[in-house]
Design a protein around this ligand. Structure first.
Ligand SMILES: [Zn+2]
Length: 239
């Protein structure tokens, strides 16, 4: 068989193995991403709860201030009442007092309601914070495993790249350039076997002349349909 073809097949197989690690790396990265997403979701929950609690506290504070003002108003009304002489003034003062008391009732009810809500929210916050810690621990554990996985992959890939260098060094520049050119569009299937007289890149049937050339393997033969480099897979005869 053509020496170049043999080397090309070896190179193509080596390249296929290098590329076959891509899904594993992708899957590893995905695992970390998924765990990170879980952390982010809980963090978002915490942020929302914290914001809501602080907003409610602000509201309670403003009702407290309102209560203080209304109390002062009632006290000053009580003083004024002593100096009132007419019925009309009396009625006006009494109306003012009724309104102030109504506002106080409302403010007190709102404070109680908001504090009740915040109590629930604080419980939810505590629970979310515990969950965040657990998720963070999960993330750290997953990241550790993934880092080991990726380091192993990188090492294997490194070895394959060394092998690739050796293979390309032995290969004629022209042949290598031809292969790389096909690889641009064919990727991992730049060099494909012929089975049942068909190209295993495009699955089209080869004419007899091309098929005979592939079998002879004296030259580098390309598929007349797709342009991939073809070879016959030699089955090692059984002993
Ligand atoms: Zn083809």
């Amino acid at each position: 068989m053509n020496k170049h073809l043999n080397e090309l097949i070896a190179l193509a197989k080596n390249d296929q193995t290098i590329d076959s690690y891509a899904p594993a790396i992708e899957a590893a990265d995905k695992k970390v991403k998924k765990a990170q997403k879980k952390v982010d979701a809980v963090q978002e929950e915490i942020d929302t709860l914290t914001k809501e609690i602080s907003q409610n506290e602000e509201k309670v504070k403003s009702f407290d201030e309102q209560l203080k003002i209304l109390n002062e108003q009632l006290a000053s009304n009580a003083k004024k009442a002593k100096d009132i002489s007419t019925e009309k003034e009396m009625q006006a003062l009494s109306l003012e007092e009724d309104i102030a008391k109504e506002k106080m009732t409302f403010a007190n009810e709102e404070i109680e309601r908001l504090q009740g809500i915040n109590e629930t929210k604080k419980e939810l916050l505590k629970e979310a914070e515990e969950r965040l810690q657990a998720r963070n621990e999960e993330l750290t554990a997953i990241a550790e495993v993934v880092n080991v996985e990726k380091a192993e992959i990188e090492q294997s890939k490194g070895e394959l790249f060394v092998k690739r260098e050796e293979l390309t060094r032995n290969l004629e520049q022209k042949v290598l350039a031809f292969y790389e050119k096909i690889r641009i569009w064919a990727g991992n299937t730049a060099v494909v076997p012929v089975k049942k007289q068909a190209c295993y890149g495009c699955y089209m049937k080869l004419n007899d002349k091309t098929y005979a050339e592939v079998i002879k393997a004296e030259e580098i033969v390309t598929c007349p349909h797709c342009g991939r480099i073809l070879y016959i897979e030699r089955v090692t005869p059984e002993a």
